[in-house]
Design a protein around this ligand. Structure first.
Ligand code: TXA
Ligand code: MG
Length: 316
């Protein structure tokens, strides 16, 4: 198991040596390494068992840092970053050579974001390199929103887990790319489309490409628990006699079943997003054959929640 602590100097020293450190962000915990060191980045892929075609997000302390790693910065992209950084949006920029190809899986764009967590921002400000960090989970499994989640799954593969408490947003960043000033969302996430459109106007959405995904967050099956997740109508499914071998992940309602996790009894989508991965993880440990769930309202963070539920339910 890895050591969990709040020692920024220790994290810094390990990262400078090319080691892996798990870092807190407002979205999910990341598995970080020096983004300019290809060997260090290779260890991320190894630890996560992540296919090399799945590019990593690069984390920077602020907007100024972007021009060290990217050029041709579109005006709308800068407007988006100024409005929402630090925050849960990743922007795809044309990459400079200082970012090794392994980070971007050979793509000529690099995803960059400035995370909104005081500990990780303090760490980034102390480093003279940016941090490549995917979510700190084995590839395809549920993303971690506490230091303990990271330790459970990757504890024996990493040097240190920086403890920033539970993540406040709980769902990964929204990914936005630009072509000739036209914005496209490639992954729904912690920043709602409505918020983005208020700043840069209408955006396109491209969430699925089955063969060569531009973002494996786009892979049909992802974010998955080990138990089967079934999406249905909970009111209907739970009206008669309930199969004792199922657990229920509900948005708001209490179905009075033995194994149940309610995402937000107040019916608040922000709270539900924050609890989503914890709910899946908790139910995944119950002695059941399957987890039943329902989609949440398709608005704001609800769209990202439904996206994750659909991918988690997709056949491997
Ligand atoms: O909130 C987040 O984004 C978290 C925290 C740790 O920052 N990170 C995260 O990383 O979710 P990861 O690796 O689990 O998901 C990153 C997604 C992947 O689906 C990847 O394909 C996509 O970002 N991505 C990264 N660079 C890309 C690029 N140049 N073009 C298209 N997609 C890219
Ligand atoms: Mg991930």
């Amino acid at each position: 198991m890895a050591e969990i602590g709040k020692d920024i100097a220790k994290a810094k020293a390990l990262l400078k040596k090319g080691k892996l450190v798990a870092i807190p962000t407002e979205t999910v915990y990341g598995l970080a390494a020096n983004a300019t060191n290809a060997d260090a980045v290779a260890r991320i892929f190894e630890a996560k068992n992540r296919p090399s075609f799945d590019p990593l997000i690069v984390h920077v302390p602020d907007l100024h840092a972007v021009k060290r790693y990217a050029d041709n910065l579109p005006l709308k992209a800068l407007a988006l970053a100024s409005a929402f950084w630090p925050g849960p949006v990743t922007i795809l920029f044309k990459k400079k050579d200082i970012i090794p190809d392994i980070v971007t899986s050979g793509l000529d764009t690099v995803g960059i974001r400035c995370p909104n967590h005081p500990i990780t921002r303090a760490l980034l400000e102390e480093l003279d390199f940016p941090l490549a960090a995917p979510s700190a989970n084995p590839f395809g499994y549920i993303s971690p929103t506490t230091p303990e989640h990271v330790n459970e799954q990757l504890g024996d593969k990493i040097a240190y887990i920086l403890d920033g408490g539970p993540c406040t947003i709980g769902i990964e960043s929204t990914i936005v790319g630009f072509h000739n000033d036209q914005a496209t969302v490639y992954r729904l996430g912690g920043l709602g489309i409505e918020e983005i459109e208020k700043v840069i106007g209408t955006v396109g959405i491209m969430l699925h490409s089955s063969s060569n995904p531009q973002a494996p967050g786009q892979l049909k099956s992802h974010y998955a628990p080990s138990r089967r997740l079934i999406i249905g109508n909970l009111d209907q499914a739970l009206s008669g006699e309930v199969n004792p071998n199922v657990a229920v992940l509900s948005f708001q309602k209490d179905y009075k079943v033995q194994y149940q996790f309610i995402l937000s009894s107040a019916g608040d989508l922000t709270e539900a997003a924050k609890n989503l991965f914890l709910g899946l993880r908790t139910l995944d440990k119950m002695p059941v054959d399957a987890i039943l769930t329902d989609l949440v309202p398709e608005q704001g963070l609800g769209r990202a929640i439904n996206d994750r539920l659909r991918r988690a339910a997709a056949e491997q």
